[in-house]
Design a protein around this ligand. Sequence first.
Ligand SMILES: [Mg+2]
Length: 275
Amino acid sequence: MNVSTPKPTSDRKLEESRPTDLPSLPDNLSDVLQQGPSQHSPLRETLLPKPSLTHVDTWIFDLDNTLYPHDAKLWPQVDLRITLFLAELCGLDGISARALQKYYYHRYGTTLRGLMEEYGIDPEEFLDFAHSIDYSELLPNPPLGEAIAALPGRKLILTNGSRAHAEAVALKLGIREHFEDVFDIVASGFVPKPEPSTYERFLDRHQVDPAGAVMFEDIEKNLVVPHALGMATVLVLPKTIDPFREAAEQAPSVAPHIDFMTDDLADFLVRMRGG
Ligand SMILES: [Mg+2]
């Protein structure tokens, strides 16, 4: 995927990212200066202090489309089963159920939240149904496992999905043993990211100091609160566009709450450790 404009923060060497470092000037400084103080200008990216991850002792990972790519074809199955759940619950045809699903997603953050608010459904029943999927196309990822294992400190999963789904995914990927625990949608009281209370519950439950934590996420808005709490943030982008997800959720970001971007999580983690 082409993420060259703006240049992904992850492409920079971490040695250049320490806030105390003197910034280097871009080669095309005269051109840059003529562009003015645009939010998107290379000058802004080059001259602003950049965060470092050398202080991090707690590594927090989203699950879906962060620890595994969309081409494992897990999310389309979950997405379809949510549509089926809605169709059956509300007596709708597929197209109408799909429209209602998207409405709930945008209004409540997750379809589950919308169904709980408006229909009072049993969330456990919904989660069991939605995550009854085929994991066979999800392959082990030894490089990712090695990269996570080499990180110093604690590693946790923070997901809007269920623990059972997260455990199944992590086991298939061969990375489960590296994680201390999973904080799922049940643990969050069925309040999804990006609600602030979800992160507060997570930090409290696992006694995490946000100042020493970094969060990896594929959805940009889910990193707003972590950044505000003092965490470093890494936006994980897809290598190829996922046709089953909204394009706006897959684009590179110049938002100030994004510290790093990468479309190769394992490689990012290795480079960050100086490998
Ligand atoms: Mg995700």
